[in-house]
Design a protein around this ligand. Structure first.
Ligand code: AIR
Length: 400
């Protein structure tokens, strides 16, 4: 496994870096006893520390799930007010590029994961020298760049929308062969609709590229899809997988708006979608959680839109509709625990609260059956995910 450690779990000394805050970090009695020379894939015992790169809502909900299993979390993020830091035992505030901070972080934790692809893979590689990293550096490297990701999917014979890379101006003309309308997306650092421009004709392409500052990009042809679905699969240290039921996703302004669980697609398409997610997780040799967003065409074909090796917004419904949420499943996978049962006990609709929609928190709290989660972000901005609401209903179709 990339990042396999030579030191036994839990034997590392907890060091306090200058920018690390942690009330308990200097207390050696916190460290549980673990048999020296434990196998690298051995389950992390309660009391172990999980390092999380990234401090947003996904890290926050993962840290809460980890805490419920008796773990401590140490969150590394450049943002001092990061939502995940509020709910974690230890915090590092440093730029992701700070290698000394990365090394100190690795030395202070027992396993490292990430909740955001915008973490430099070089930093993860430095961390992997000091702690097991799950998922590994390769999974991050592939999924943080749309061109590398699509090439990887193509190499594994997984269908995608037609696409072309744009790195220099010389790529614009050949890329136009992808067809229009199309979407130009920055290859890196885009999420929640950031770094995306619709392009209607070949004549608009150069201006669209200028709009995203001529950074490396991919041009994606529009797919006339019947619906968008996603599958979240967990893969454990032994390669075992368990996936949640496919769900239907509706986007608004390129941002996820609602997720309906389960999807109403035919069972055969649902099985095919789960099989694709399984195959991708295996090809990535992933340990952790993988979300696969897909288009289902009018002919019932499945095309993969994008992958994310972490918990995903379209899995938030599992927090209230499944015994084991995606966040607990994520923590189980990266900690080497047995994977949990992903079956649902209810159907669910998750609605994101974007920007000032979260101001209606009292209304949601007054609504019977609405399960509200707020992310504790100190600043609300248009297009920013501030929280979500899950609404449950009795299962219409039997699980899964
Ligand atoms: N995130 C990660 N990839 C896509 C998304 N939405 C989550 C992560 C990340 C947070 O969004 O939890 O840390 C960043 O949100 P914001 O609002 O600070 O940009």
């Amino acid at each position: 496994m990339p990042g396999a450690r030579s030191k036994p779990p839990m034997c590392r000394k907890r060091r306090r870096a200058a920018n690390v805050t942690n009330d308990a970090i200097s207390n050696p009695n916190d460290a549980p006893n673990v048999t020296p020379n434990a196998a690298p894939n051995a389950a992390l015992p309660p009391g172990a520390t999980i390092g999380i790169l990234g401090g947003g809502q996904l890290g926050r909900m993962a840290a809460l799930a980890a805490t419920a299993l008796g773990y401590r979390c140490h969150v590394f993020s450049p943002d001092a007010d990061a939502p995940a830091k509020e709910v974690s035992a230890a915090q590092t505030t440093a730029p992701y590029e700070d290698r000394d901070a990365a090394r100190a972080f690795a030395a202070a934790v027992d396993v490292v994961t990430f909740e955001f692809e915008n973490v430099p893979d070089e930093t993860l590689a430095v961390i992997a020298e000091g702690a097991p990293v799950r998922p590994g550096v390769d999974a991050l490297h592939i999924s943080q760049d749309r061109a590398i990701e699509k090439t990887f999917l193509g190499d594994n014979e997984i269908g995608t929308a037609p696409w072309a890379p744009i790195i220099t101006a010389a790529d614009l003309d050949p890329a136009a062969a992808t067809g229009f309308p199309a979407i130009l997306k920055t290859a890196r650092f885009g999420y929640d609709g950031k770094g995306q421009v619709r392009v209607d004709t070949a004549d608009d392409l150069a201006a669209a590229w200028a709009e995203i500052n001529q950074v490396p990009a991919v041009l994606e042809g529009f797919v006339d899809f019947e619906r968008e679905i996603s599958v979240i699969v967990a893969r454990g240290t032994g390669g075992e997988t368990r996936s949640y039921v496919p769900v239907d996703n509706v986007h608004r302004d390129h941002i996820l708006f609602t997720t309906t669980a389960p999807s109403t697609i035919d069972a055969t398409i649902a099985e095919a979608a789960q099989a694709i997610a399984d195959r991708i997780a295996g090809a990535l040799n992933l340990v952790g959680l993988l979300a696969v967003e897909m288009f289902v065409t009018h002919d019932g074909d499945i095309l993969v839109n994008e992958i994310a090796p972490r918990p995903h917004n379209s899995g938030h419904w599992t927090m209230d509709a499944c015994a084991v949420s995606q966040f607990e499943q994520f923590i189980r996978a990266v900690s080497g625990l047995p994977l949990g049962d992903p079956a649902r006990h209810s159907d669910a609709v998750m609605t994101n609260l974007i920007g000032d929609e979260a101001d209606q928190w009292l209304e949601f709290l007054n609504e019977d059956g609405a399960c509200l989660r707020l992310y504790g972000k100190t600043e609300s901005r248009p297009g920013r995910k501030m929280g979500h609401v899950n609404r449950l209903s009795p299962m219409v179709r039997p699980a899964p």
